[in-house]
Design a protein around this ligand. Sequence first.
Ligand code: F6P
Length: 329
Amino acid sequence: MRIGVLCSGGDSPGMNACLRAVVRSGILGGHEVIGIRRGYQGLLEADVYITPDGRREMTLGSVADIIQHGGTILRSSRSEEFKSAEGTRKAADNLQQLGIDALIPIGGDGTLCGAVHLLKHWDGQIVGCPGTIDNDLLGTDYTIGFHTAVATAVDAVDKLRDTAESHGRMFLVEVMGRHSGYIALYTALASGAAVVCIPETRTDLGDIAARLERMQRRGRSSIMVIVAEGDELGGVEPILEKLRACDCPFSMRTIQLGHIQRGGSPAPADRILGTRLGEFAVRSILAGATNVMAGQVQQEMVLTPLKETFAAHKPVPAALVELQEQLAG
Ligand code: F6P
């Protein structure tokens, strides 16, 4: 069997671990693995990984020494062209011409949605792997890259605390999560933040300002507010303006952590998750699965129909929202 693999959408730390597991499990099982570069855009251009000796089939060595690196050796893209019916058809034709029997796309909701469209024009098998820092896909407890992104954000908040304490300031820290408060909630819990603003719960600034005032009266001088970029109030800048209008008692600064959350050496949890999911995706293809995503739920490897994984954004655990509220005082 000839298995294609690609990474698409926003890169996430641990994608290389997943890729390594796909390539090695495929080859060790006696199959060929073709790496498609630059996601669906690369597929449209039949841009495949070529080994140093000029072959299209990846080797065990092609994925040596990559498990510790962020990003993806296959590179990634967000392709507008692929989204058109004509683009999807062209991608399907290229898979046919490359002789690919099964495809493993590694990416987030856009990537998995693209896979569903691809299957309308191509009769190969597709088993996706969840690669996104957002952790917003159903069908898996965690997505590849989430743990690293949280670790990066927590490290940044710890550093900001030094200035917050020295100057008696409040920081509004914006973390990624286009439609999801997962990174914000985990970062807030792990960094002891006073407030978290996420799209899953209503952000009531009057209430927050009153809470901040109580904290100031109790002598608190260093305050961290973690804001998900997808919060309904629109991120740190509009929240800063509104808190000023509510007479927030603290001197405030904002920071958007941005793409540093997507980079860096993957945390061991992401390397292991990527490795397990990559191997399981190959095993599932060989067992005949298609139109599904490989996930890990309570340590068990599971398959979920692709369209169910992005039909809704995974809700954040209510118990963790309550715990954050309770401990932030
Ligand atoms: O989907 C992952 C993600 O990092 C989101 O959290 C963020 O909104 C988006 O990608 C940013 O995308 P880009 O790198 O294309 O600006």
